[in-house]
Write a protein that binds this ligand. Structure first.
Ligand code: NAP
Ligand code: MG
Length: 498
Protein backbone atom coordinates (compact mmCIF):
# COMPACT_ATOMS: atom_id res chain seq x y z
CA UNK A 1 0.00 0.00 0.00
CA UNK A 2 1.45 3.40 -0.94
CA UNK A 3 2.14 5.52 2.12
CA UNK A 4 -0.15 8.51 2.65
CA UNK A 5 1.97 11.64 2.61
CA UNK A 6 0.03 13.57 5.21
CA UNK A 7 1.14 16.07 7.86
CA UNK A 8 2.30 13.29 10.20
CA UNK A 9 4.42 11.75 7.42
CA UNK A 10 6.28 15.00 6.75
CA UNK A 11 6.75 15.74 10.45
CA UNK A 12 8.22 12.29 10.97
CA UNK A 13 10.50 12.64 7.94
CA UNK A 14 11.71 15.99 9.18
CA UNK A 15 12.76 14.45 12.50
CA UNK A 16 14.99 11.99 10.64
CA UNK A 17 16.48 14.43 8.14
CA UNK A 18 20.29 14.57 8.01
CA UNK A 19 21.21 18.17 7.21
CA UNK A 20 24.52 19.25 5.65
CA UNK A 21 25.71 22.69 6.78
CA UNK A 22 29.26 22.75 5.43
CA UNK A 23 30.32 24.75 2.38
CA UNK A 24 31.13 22.88 -0.83
CA UNK A 25 34.48 23.89 -2.31
CA UNK A 26 36.62 22.08 -4.88
CA UNK A 27 34.52 18.92 -4.78
CA UNK A 28 34.35 18.49 -0.99
CA UNK A 29 32.23 19.60 1.96
CA UNK A 30 34.38 21.82 4.17
CA UNK A 31 34.07 24.02 7.24
CA UNK A 32 34.74 27.72 6.98
CA UNK A 33 38.50 28.35 7.36
CA UNK A 34 38.04 29.98 10.75
CA UNK A 35 35.45 27.41 11.82
CA UNK A 36 32.71 30.05 12.12
CA UNK A 37 29.10 28.93 11.79
CA UNK A 38 25.62 30.43 11.99
CA UNK A 39 22.30 28.75 12.74
CA UNK A 40 19.87 28.18 9.93
CA UNK A 41 16.49 28.48 11.63
CA UNK A 42 13.10 27.36 10.46
CA UNK A 43 10.49 30.12 10.19
CA UNK A 44 7.90 27.39 10.85
CA UNK A 45 8.64 27.49 14.58
CA UNK A 46 11.97 29.29 15.00
CA UNK A 47 13.81 26.02 15.70
CA UNK A 48 17.48 25.74 14.67
CA UNK A 49 17.94 23.31 11.77
CA UNK A 50 21.70 23.18 11.27
CA UNK A 51 24.92 25.00 12.03
CA UNK A 52 26.03 26.36 8.68
CA UNK A 53 29.54 27.40 7.63
CA UNK A 54 29.82 31.18 7.73
CA UNK A 55 32.06 31.70 4.74
CA UNK A 56 34.21 34.82 4.74
CA UNK A 57 36.49 36.40 2.16
CA UNK A 58 39.15 33.72 2.60
CA UNK A 59 36.61 30.95 1.86
CA UNK A 60 35.36 32.86 -1.17
CA UNK A 61 38.97 33.12 -2.36
CA UNK A 62 39.33 29.33 -2.09
CA UNK A 63 36.08 28.72 -3.99
CA UNK A 64 36.98 31.18 -6.74
CA UNK A 65 40.48 29.68 -7.02
CA UNK A 66 38.96 26.19 -7.36
CA UNK A 67 36.53 27.44 -10.00
CA UNK A 68 39.36 29.15 -11.89
CA UNK A 69 41.60 26.07 -11.79
CA UNK A 70 38.82 23.83 -13.04
CA UNK A 71 37.95 26.27 -15.81
CA UNK A 72 41.53 26.73 -16.96
CA UNK A 73 42.14 22.98 -16.86
CA UNK A 74 39.21 22.56 -19.25
CA UNK A 75 37.72 19.66 -17.27
CA UNK A 76 34.25 21.06 -17.92
CA UNK A 77 34.55 23.89 -20.44
CA UNK A 78 36.39 21.68 -22.93
CA UNK A 79 33.98 18.78 -22.70
CA UNK A 80 31.76 18.47 -25.75
CA UNK A 81 28.35 20.08 -25.34
CA UNK A 82 26.89 16.61 -25.63
CA UNK A 83 28.95 15.36 -22.68
CA UNK A 84 28.03 18.37 -20.52
CA UNK A 85 24.41 17.75 -21.38
CA UNK A 86 24.66 14.11 -20.26
CA UNK A 87 26.16 15.08 -16.89
CA UNK A 88 23.60 17.83 -16.26
CA UNK A 89 20.78 15.43 -17.11
CA UNK A 90 22.23 12.94 -14.65
CA UNK A 91 22.31 15.67 -12.00
CA UNK A 92 18.67 16.49 -12.79
CA UNK A 93 17.82 12.78 -12.39
CA UNK A 94 19.54 12.75 -8.98
CA UNK A 95 17.54 15.81 -7.93
CA UNK A 96 14.42 13.95 -9.01
CA UNK A 97 15.46 10.89 -6.99
CA UNK A 98 15.96 13.15 -3.94
CA UNK A 99 13.02 15.47 -4.68
CA UNK A 100 11.11 14.65 -1.48
CA UNK A 101 14.10 15.22 0.74
CA UNK A 102 14.97 18.47 -1.05
CA UNK A 103 11.38 19.73 -0.94
CA UNK A 104 11.23 19.01 2.77
CA UNK A 105 14.53 20.80 3.34
CA UNK A 106 13.26 23.79 1.35
CA UNK A 107 10.00 23.92 3.34
CA UNK A 108 11.78 23.64 6.68
CA UNK A 109 14.36 26.29 5.81
CA UNK A 110 12.05 28.80 4.15
CA UNK A 111 8.55 28.14 5.55
CA UNK A 112 7.01 27.33 2.16
CA UNK A 113 4.07 24.92 2.10
CA UNK A 114 5.19 21.37 1.35
CA UNK A 115 2.64 21.23 -1.48
CA UNK A 116 4.43 24.16 -3.14
CA UNK A 117 7.93 22.74 -2.78
CA UNK A 118 6.96 19.25 -3.96
CA UNK A 119 4.66 20.58 -6.70
CA UNK A 120 6.49 23.75 -7.76
CA UNK A 121 10.00 24.47 -6.54
CA UNK A 122 11.47 21.02 -7.13
CA UNK A 123 9.83 20.23 -10.48
CA UNK A 124 10.71 23.77 -11.62
CA UNK A 125 14.36 23.38 -10.60
CA UNK A 126 14.67 19.99 -12.28
CA UNK A 127 12.99 21.22 -15.46
CA UNK A 128 15.31 24.24 -15.56
CA UNK A 129 18.38 22.01 -15.39
CA UNK A 130 16.98 19.65 -18.01
CA UNK A 131 15.98 22.53 -20.29
CA UNK A 132 19.44 24.12 -20.39
CA UNK A 133 21.10 20.70 -20.64
CA UNK A 134 18.93 19.93 -23.67
CA UNK A 135 19.61 23.34 -25.22
CA UNK A 136 23.35 23.39 -25.06
CA UNK A 137 24.13 20.99 -27.89
CA UNK A 138 21.79 22.89 -30.20
CA UNK A 139 23.56 26.24 -30.02
CA UNK A 140 25.13 27.27 -33.31
CA UNK A 141 27.41 30.09 -34.27
CA UNK A 142 27.31 32.24 -37.40
CA UNK A 143 29.29 32.42 -40.64
CA UNK A 144 29.06 36.01 -41.86
CA UNK A 145 29.50 36.96 -45.52
CA UNK A 146 33.15 37.67 -46.42
CA UNK A 147 35.35 38.15 -49.47
CA UNK A 148 36.30 34.71 -50.84
CA UNK A 149 39.87 34.82 -49.49
CA UNK A 150 38.52 35.01 -45.95
CA UNK A 151 36.43 32.77 -43.82
CA UNK A 152 34.97 33.94 -40.55
CA UNK A 153 32.90 32.64 -37.67
CA UNK A 154 31.04 34.16 -34.75
CA UNK A 155 31.04 31.75 -31.83
CA UNK A 156 29.95 31.69 -28.21
CA UNK A 157 32.61 30.97 -25.62
CA UNK A 158 32.21 30.41 -21.89
CA UNK A 159 33.12 33.41 -19.73
CA UNK A 160 35.11 31.59 -17.05
CA UNK A 161 34.13 31.93 -13.38
CA UNK A 162 30.50 32.91 -12.79
CA UNK A 163 29.33 33.95 -9.31
CA UNK A 164 25.62 33.51 -8.59
CA UNK A 165 24.20 35.41 -5.60
CA UNK A 166 20.58 34.52 -4.94
CA UNK A 167 17.70 35.32 -2.55
CA UNK A 168 15.56 33.26 -0.20
CA UNK A 169 12.11 33.38 -1.76
CA UNK A 170 12.70 30.46 -4.16
CA UNK A 171 16.09 29.30 -2.90
CA UNK A 172 16.70 26.40 -5.29
CA UNK A 173 14.76 27.69 -8.27
CA UNK A 174 16.42 31.13 -8.30
CA UNK A 175 19.79 29.40 -7.96
CA UNK A 176 18.98 27.04 -10.86
CA UNK A 177 17.93 29.96 -13.07
CA UNK A 178 21.59 31.09 -12.79
CA UNK A 179 23.69 27.94 -12.46
CA UNK A 180 21.87 25.86 -15.09
CA UNK A 181 22.62 28.16 -18.05
CA UNK A 182 26.05 29.13 -16.66
CA UNK A 183 27.16 25.49 -16.31
CA UNK A 184 25.51 24.43 -19.57
CA UNK A 185 27.58 27.08 -21.35
CA UNK A 186 30.78 25.61 -19.87
CA UNK A 187 31.52 28.01 -17.01
CA UNK A 188 32.61 27.15 -13.49
CA UNK A 189 30.27 28.49 -10.82
CA UNK A 190 30.44 29.78 -7.24
CA UNK A 191 26.94 29.95 -5.77
CA UNK A 192 26.10 32.09 -2.74
CA UNK A 193 22.64 31.28 -1.34
CA UNK A 194 20.96 33.60 1.15
CA UNK A 195 21.89 33.10 4.80
CA UNK A 196 18.13 32.75 5.37
CA UNK A 197 17.83 29.63 3.18
CA UNK A 198 21.20 28.00 2.44
CA UNK A 199 20.40 24.31 3.03
CA UNK A 200 19.03 23.10 -0.29
CA UNK A 201 21.90 24.66 -2.27
CA UNK A 202 24.43 22.92 -0.02
CA UNK A 203 22.65 19.58 -0.43
CA UNK A 204 22.56 19.63 -4.23
CA UNK A 205 26.30 20.34 -4.44
CA UNK A 206 27.11 16.78 -3.31
CA UNK A 207 24.67 15.45 -5.91
CA UNK A 208 26.45 17.52 -8.58
CA UNK A 209 29.71 15.73 -7.82
CA UNK A 210 27.90 12.38 -7.81
CA UNK A 211 26.47 13.20 -11.25
CA UNK A 212 29.96 13.76 -12.64
CA UNK A 213 30.42 17.53 -12.44
CA UNK A 214 34.18 17.75 -11.84
CA UNK A 215 35.58 19.12 -8.58
CA UNK A 216 35.83 22.91 -8.61
CA UNK A 217 33.19 23.41 -11.32
CA UNK A 218 30.28 23.91 -8.89
CA UNK A 219 31.00 25.44 -5.49
CA UNK A 220 28.61 26.69 -2.82
CA UNK A 221 29.71 29.24 -0.23
CA UNK A 222 27.15 29.77 2.50
CA UNK A 223 27.38 32.93 4.55
CA UNK A 224 25.96 36.40 4.83
CA UNK A 225 26.22 39.49 2.67
CA UNK A 226 30.00 39.64 3.24
CA UNK A 227 30.45 36.51 1.09
CA UNK A 228 28.37 38.07 -1.70
CA UNK A 229 30.33 41.30 -1.39
CA UNK A 230 33.63 39.41 -1.65
CA UNK A 231 32.41 37.77 -4.86
CA UNK A 232 31.35 41.11 -6.33
CA UNK A 233 34.81 42.59 -5.63
CA UNK A 234 36.82 39.51 -6.62
CA UNK A 235 39.28 40.19 -9.46
CA UNK A 236 39.06 36.59 -10.70
CA UNK A 237 35.26 36.41 -11.05
CA UNK A 238 34.30 37.09 -14.66
CA UNK A 239 30.57 37.53 -14.19
CA UNK A 240 28.20 38.01 -11.28
CA UNK A 241 24.55 37.05 -11.71
CA UNK A 242 22.40 38.43 -8.93
CA UNK A 243 18.77 38.15 -7.88
CA UNK A 244 17.70 40.26 -4.93
CA UNK A 245 17.02 43.79 -3.80
CA UNK A 246 17.82 46.96 -5.72
CA UNK A 247 19.96 48.21 -2.84
CA UNK A 248 22.31 45.22 -2.98
CA UNK A 249 22.13 45.12 -6.79
CA UNK A 250 23.44 48.69 -6.95
CA UNK A 251 26.29 47.84 -4.58
CA UNK A 252 27.22 44.82 -6.68
CA UNK A 253 27.29 46.93 -9.85
CA UNK A 254 29.53 49.48 -8.11
CA UNK A 255 31.86 46.77 -6.80
CA UNK A 256 32.06 45.16 -10.23
CA UNK A 257 33.02 48.51 -11.73
CA UNK A 258 35.55 49.20 -8.97
CA UNK A 259 37.25 45.81 -9.38
CA UNK A 260 37.60 44.11 -12.77
CA UNK A 261 34.48 45.28 -14.65
CA UNK A 262 33.06 41.78 -14.36
CA UNK A 263 29.80 41.27 -16.26
CA UNK A 264 26.83 42.08 -14.02
CA UNK A 265 23.33 40.67 -14.43
CA UNK A 266 20.68 41.95 -12.04
CA UNK A 267 17.19 40.61 -11.40
CA UNK A 268 15.67 42.96 -8.83
CA UNK A 269 12.38 43.91 -7.24
CA UNK A 270 8.93 44.76 -8.51
CA UNK A 271 5.62 46.45 -7.73
CA UNK A 272 3.61 44.93 -10.50
CA UNK A 273 0.23 46.29 -11.58
CA UNK A 274 -2.66 43.97 -12.33
CA UNK A 275 -5.20 46.09 -14.26
CA UNK A 276 -8.83 45.00 -14.42
CA UNK A 277 -10.96 46.88 -16.95
CA UNK A 278 -14.75 47.02 -16.66
CA UNK A 279 -15.04 44.77 -19.74
CA UNK A 280 -12.99 42.05 -18.05
CA UNK A 281 -14.23 38.71 -19.46
CA UNK A 282 -14.76 37.07 -16.05
CA UNK A 283 -14.72 39.09 -12.81
CA UNK A 284 -14.72 36.03 -10.54
CA UNK A 285 -11.72 34.61 -12.40
CA UNK A 286 -9.94 37.99 -12.22
CA UNK A 287 -10.52 38.06 -8.44
CA UNK A 288 -9.20 34.51 -7.96
CA UNK A 289 -6.18 35.28 -10.07
CA UNK A 290 -5.55 38.61 -8.27
CA UNK A 291 -5.55 36.85 -4.90
CA UNK A 292 -3.17 34.14 -6.13
CA UNK A 293 -0.95 36.83 -7.70
CA UNK A 294 -0.25 38.44 -4.30
CA UNK A 295 -0.85 35.72 -1.71
CA UNK A 296 1.02 32.79 -3.32
CA UNK A 297 4.37 32.16 -1.65
CA UNK A 298 3.24 34.56 1.11
CA UNK A 299 3.60 37.46 -1.30
CA UNK A 300 7.36 36.86 -1.48
CA UNK A 301 7.50 36.90 -5.26
CA UNK A 302 9.36 39.58 -7.18
CA UNK A 303 6.65 39.61 -9.86
CA UNK A 304 3.75 39.47 -7.36
CA UNK A 305 0.66 41.38 -8.48
CA UNK A 306 1.00 43.69 -5.49
CA UNK A 307 -1.11 46.51 -7.00
CA UNK A 308 -4.61 45.72 -8.21
CA UNK A 309 -5.88 48.53 -10.43
CA UNK A 310 -9.66 48.31 -10.82
CA UNK A 311 -11.89 50.38 -13.12
CA UNK A 312 -14.25 52.19 -10.80
CA UNK A 313 -17.55 50.85 -12.21
CA UNK A 314 -16.69 47.23 -11.26
CA UNK A 315 -14.96 48.03 -7.95
CA UNK A 316 -17.76 46.80 -5.67
CA UNK A 317 -18.19 43.51 -7.50
CA UNK A 318 -14.48 42.76 -7.87
CA UNK A 319 -13.49 43.75 -4.33
CA UNK A 320 -16.38 41.67 -2.94
CA UNK A 321 -15.14 38.56 -4.79
CA UNK A 322 -11.55 39.30 -3.78
CA UNK A 323 -12.35 39.53 -0.08
CA UNK A 324 -14.14 36.21 -0.32
CA UNK A 325 -11.36 34.31 -2.12
CA UNK A 326 -8.63 35.83 0.06
CA UNK A 327 -10.09 33.87 3.02
CA UNK A 328 -8.62 30.78 1.37
CA UNK A 329 -5.08 32.09 2.02
CA UNK A 330 -5.06 31.92 5.83
CA UNK A 331 -1.68 30.52 6.91
CA UNK A 332 -1.35 26.94 8.11
CA UNK A 333 1.48 24.62 9.12
CA UNK A 334 3.86 24.40 6.14
CA UNK A 335 4.31 20.64 6.50
CA UNK A 336 0.58 19.99 6.23
CA UNK A 337 -0.11 19.15 2.56
CA UNK A 338 -3.49 20.96 2.86
CA UNK A 339 -1.73 24.26 3.62
CA UNK A 340 -1.82 26.91 0.90
CA UNK A 341 -0.02 29.68 2.80
CA UNK A 342 3.03 29.02 4.95
CA UNK A 343 5.38 31.16 7.03
CA UNK A 344 7.13 34.41 6.14
CA UNK A 345 10.88 33.80 5.74
CA UNK A 346 11.77 35.11 9.22
CA UNK A 347 10.64 37.46 11.95
CA UNK A 348 12.85 40.30 10.67
CA UNK A 349 11.04 40.21 7.31
CA UNK A 350 7.69 39.88 9.10
CA UNK A 351 8.54 43.02 11.13
CA UNK A 352 9.37 44.84 7.91
CA UNK A 353 6.06 43.82 6.30
CA UNK A 354 4.15 44.79 9.46
CA UNK A 355 5.81 48.22 9.50
CA UNK A 356 4.39 48.73 5.98
CA UNK A 357 0.97 47.68 7.27
CA UNK A 358 1.22 50.41 9.94
CA UNK A 359 2.22 52.97 7.29
CA UNK A 360 -0.69 51.72 5.16
CA UNK A 361 -3.19 52.30 7.96
CA UNK A 362 -2.25 56.01 7.93
CA UNK A 363 -2.61 56.43 4.17
CA UNK A 364 -5.23 53.92 3.04
CA UNK A 365 -8.25 51.93 4.15
CA UNK A 366 -7.54 48.46 5.58
CA UNK A 367 -10.13 46.13 4.01
CA UNK A 368 -9.00 42.86 5.55
CA UNK A 369 -6.21 41.11 7.47
CA UNK A 370 -3.19 42.96 8.83
CA UNK A 371 -2.54 40.76 11.86
CA UNK A 372 0.29 38.47 12.84
CA UNK A 373 -0.75 34.95 13.76
CA UNK A 374 0.90 32.79 16.38
CA UNK A 375 0.57 29.30 14.90
CA UNK A 376 3.77 28.10 16.56
CA UNK A 377 6.13 29.46 19.21
CA UNK A 378 8.45 31.63 17.17
CA UNK A 379 6.87 31.08 13.77
CA UNK A 380 6.43 34.00 11.37
CA UNK A 381 2.84 34.10 10.09
CA UNK A 382 0.69 36.90 8.74
CA UNK A 383 -2.92 37.18 7.57
CA UNK A 384 -3.50 37.98 3.91
CA UNK A 385 -3.94 41.74 3.93
CA UNK A 386 -5.83 44.05 1.56
CA UNK A 387 -5.81 47.85 1.46
CA UNK A 388 -7.81 50.27 -0.67
CA UNK A 389 -5.71 53.34 -1.48
CA UNK A 390 -7.54 56.48 -2.62
CA UNK A 391 -4.20 58.07 -3.33
CA UNK A 392 -2.05 56.21 -5.89
CA UNK A 393 1.04 58.02 -4.58
CA UNK A 394 0.74 56.41 -1.11
CA UNK A 395 3.96 54.66 -0.06
CA UNK A 396 2.35 51.22 0.15
CA UNK A 397 1.20 51.69 -3.45
CA UNK A 398 4.72 52.33 -4.73
CA UNK A 399 7.30 50.58 -2.55
CA UNK A 400 7.97 46.85 -2.69
CA UNK A 401 6.64 45.24 0.52
CA UNK A 402 7.51 41.62 -0.40
CA UNK A 403 4.78 40.10 1.72
CA UNK A 404 1.07 39.19 1.48
CA UNK A 405 -0.16 42.78 1.24
CA UNK A 406 -2.32 43.85 -1.69
CA UNK A 407 -3.08 47.49 -2.49
CA UNK A 408 -6.23 48.13 -4.53
CA UNK A 409 -6.32 51.39 -6.50
CA UNK A 410 -9.34 52.61 -8.47
CA UNK A 411 -9.13 54.38 -11.84
CA UNK A 412 -11.47 55.75 -14.51
CA UNK A 413 -9.66 55.46 -17.87
CA UNK A 414 -7.12 53.14 -19.48
CA UNK A 415 -4.64 56.01 -19.85
CA UNK A 416 -4.89 56.69 -16.13
CA UNK A 417 -4.36 53.00 -15.33
CA UNK A 418 -1.28 52.79 -17.56
CA UNK A 419 0.15 55.97 -16.00
CA UNK A 420 -0.32 54.53 -12.48
CA UNK A 421 1.12 51.17 -13.55
CA UNK A 422 4.23 52.84 -14.98
CA UNK A 423 4.79 55.36 -12.18
CA UNK A 424 7.04 53.25 -9.93
CA UNK A 425 10.78 52.75 -10.34
CA UNK A 426 10.08 49.09 -11.17
CA UNK A 427 9.13 47.34 -14.40
CA UNK A 428 9.08 43.60 -13.79
CA UNK A 429 5.57 42.47 -14.70
CA UNK A 430 2.02 43.69 -15.33
CA UNK A 431 -1.35 42.33 -16.43
CA UNK A 432 -4.47 43.62 -18.09
CA UNK A 433 -7.94 42.06 -18.08
CA UNK A 434 -10.23 43.16 -20.91
CA UNK A 435 -12.38 41.83 -23.75
CA UNK A 436 -11.39 44.59 -26.14
CA UNK A 437 -8.49 43.93 -28.52
CA UNK A 438 -7.71 47.65 -28.82
CA UNK A 439 -7.44 48.01 -25.05
CA UNK A 440 -5.25 44.89 -24.88
CA UNK A 441 -3.00 46.06 -27.69
CA UNK A 442 -2.56 49.53 -26.16
CA UNK A 443 -1.87 48.19 -22.69
CA UNK A 444 0.58 45.48 -23.78
CA UNK A 445 2.51 48.07 -25.83
CA UNK A 446 2.56 50.84 -23.22
CA UNK A 447 3.12 48.93 -19.99
CA UNK A 448 6.79 49.19 -19.06
CA UNK A 449 7.34 45.65 -17.87
CA UNK A 450 9.41 42.61 -18.88
CA UNK A 451 6.32 40.37 -18.80
CA UNK A 452 2.73 41.39 -19.54
CA UNK A 453 -0.11 38.92 -19.01
CA UNK A 454 -3.52 39.31 -20.62
CA UNK A 455 -6.59 37.86 -18.89
CA UNK A 456 -4.36 35.83 -16.58
CA UNK A 457 -1.51 36.37 -14.09
CA UNK A 458 1.70 34.51 -13.34
CA UNK A 459 1.15 31.98 -16.13
CA UNK A 460 4.03 30.28 -17.95
CA UNK A 461 6.85 31.56 -15.75
CA UNK A 462 9.00 28.74 -17.04
CA UNK A 463 11.90 28.15 -19.34
CA UNK A 464 10.28 29.19 -22.60
CA UNK A 465 9.83 32.88 -21.85
CA UNK A 466 12.57 35.35 -20.83
CA UNK A 467 11.99 36.67 -17.30
CA UNK A 468 13.32 39.99 -16.06
CA UNK A 469 12.63 43.64 -15.78
CA UNK A 470 12.52 47.07 -17.37
CA UNK A 471 13.85 50.06 -15.44
CA UNK A 472 15.10 49.39 -11.89
CA UNK A 473 13.80 45.82 -11.91
CA UNK A 474 17.14 44.91 -13.45
CA UNK A 475 18.86 44.05 -16.69
CA UNK A 476 19.23 40.92 -18.77
CA UNK A 477 16.80 38.05 -18.58
CA UNK A 478 16.68 34.68 -16.85
CA UNK A 479 15.21 31.65 -18.67
CA UNK A 480 14.93 30.96 -22.41
CA UNK A 481 17.83 30.76 -24.86
CA UNK A 482 18.46 34.46 -24.21
CA UNK A 483 19.74 33.57 -20.73
CA UNK A 484 22.46 31.31 -22.12
CA UNK A 485 24.10 34.23 -23.92
CA UNK A 486 24.52 36.06 -20.58
CA UNK A 487 27.13 33.49 -19.67
CA UNK A 488 29.14 33.55 -22.90
CA UNK A 489 31.36 35.95 -24.78
CA UNK A 490 30.91 36.37 -28.52
CA UNK A 491 34.08 35.75 -30.47
CA UNK A 492 34.69 36.85 -34.05
CA UNK A 493 37.31 34.68 -35.78
CA UNK A 494 38.61 35.83 -39.16
CA UNK A 495 40.82 33.48 -41.21
CA UNK A 496 42.75 34.54 -44.29
CA UNK A 497 42.62 31.44 -46.46
CA UNK A 498 44.90 32.42 -49.35
P1 NAP B 1 18.89 40.88 -0.82
O1 NAP B 1 18.90 41.33 0.57
O2 NAP B 1 19.29 41.83 -1.88
O3 NAP B 1 19.82 39.57 -0.86
C1 NAP B 1 20.02 38.82 -2.03
C2 NAP B 1 21.34 38.09 -1.92
O4 NAP B 1 22.40 39.03 -1.86
C3 NAP B 1 21.44 37.22 -0.67
O5 NAP B 1 22.19 36.05 -0.98
C4 NAP B 1 22.24 38.12 0.25
O6 NAP B 1 22.93 37.42 1.26
C5 NAP B 1 23.22 38.75 -0.71
N1 NAP B 1 23.81 39.99 -0.23
C6 NAP B 1 23.46 40.78 0.83
N2 NAP B 1 24.27 41.85 0.91
C7 NAP B 1 25.15 41.75 -0.11
C8 NAP B 1 26.23 42.56 -0.56
N3 NAP B 1 26.57 43.69 0.05
N4 NAP B 1 26.93 42.18 -1.67
C9 NAP B 1 26.60 41.04 -2.32
N5 NAP B 1 25.59 40.22 -1.92
C10 NAP B 1 24.88 40.57 -0.84
O7 NAP B 1 17.47 40.35 -1.27
P2 NAP B 1 16.55 39.33 -0.49
O8 NAP B 1 15.96 40.04 0.65
O9 NAP B 1 17.27 38.07 -0.27
O10 NAP B 1 15.43 39.03 -1.60
C11 NAP B 1 14.34 39.84 -1.81
C12 NAP B 1 14.53 40.72 -3.04
O11 NAP B 1 14.83 39.92 -4.18
C13 NAP B 1 13.26 41.46 -3.38
O12 NAP B 1 13.57 42.80 -3.71
C14 NAP B 1 12.76 40.72 -4.61
O13 NAP B 1 11.94 41.45 -5.45
C15 NAP B 1 14.01 40.32 -5.28
N6 NAP B 1 13.80 39.20 -6.21
C16 NAP B 1 13.85 39.45 -7.55
C17 NAP B 1 13.62 38.43 -8.47
C18 NAP B 1 13.70 38.68 -9.95
O14 NAP B 1 13.79 37.73 -10.70
N7 NAP B 1 13.67 39.91 -10.41
C19 NAP B 1 13.33 37.15 -8.00
C20 NAP B 1 13.27 36.92 -6.62
C21 NAP B 1 13.52 37.96 -5.73
P3 NAP B 1 22.26 37.25 2.72
O15 NAP B 1 20.80 36.96 2.51
O16 NAP B 1 23.01 36.09 3.25
O17 NAP B 1 22.49 38.53 3.43
MG1 MG C 1 16.08 29.40 7.23
Amino acid sequence: MPQIKDHAYWLERSEKLQIEGRAFIDGAYVDACNGATFWSQSPIDGKPLAAVALCAEVDVDLAVAAARRSFDAGVWADKSARDRKAVLLKWAALLEAHAEELALLESLDSGKPIGDTTGGDLPGTIYCLQWFAELVDKVHGEVPATDPQFFGTVTHQALGVVAAVVPWNYPLLMAAWKFAPALAAGNSVVLKPSEKSPLSALRIAGLALQAGIPAGVFNVVAGDGAAGRALSLHPDVDCIAFTGSGKVGREIAKNAAASNLKRVWLELGGKSANIVMADCPDIAQAARSAAAAIFSNMGQICSAGSRLLVQRSIATALIGELLEVSKGYQPGHPLDPQTVTGAIIDNAQLDRVCSYIEIGKQQAQLLSGGNRLSLADAGAYLEPTIFLAEDASARIANEEIFGPVLVVILFDTLDEAIAIANQTEYGLAAAVWSSDIKTIRTATRKLKAGTVWVNCYDELVDMNFPFGGFKESGNGRDNSAHALSKYTELKSTIIRCC
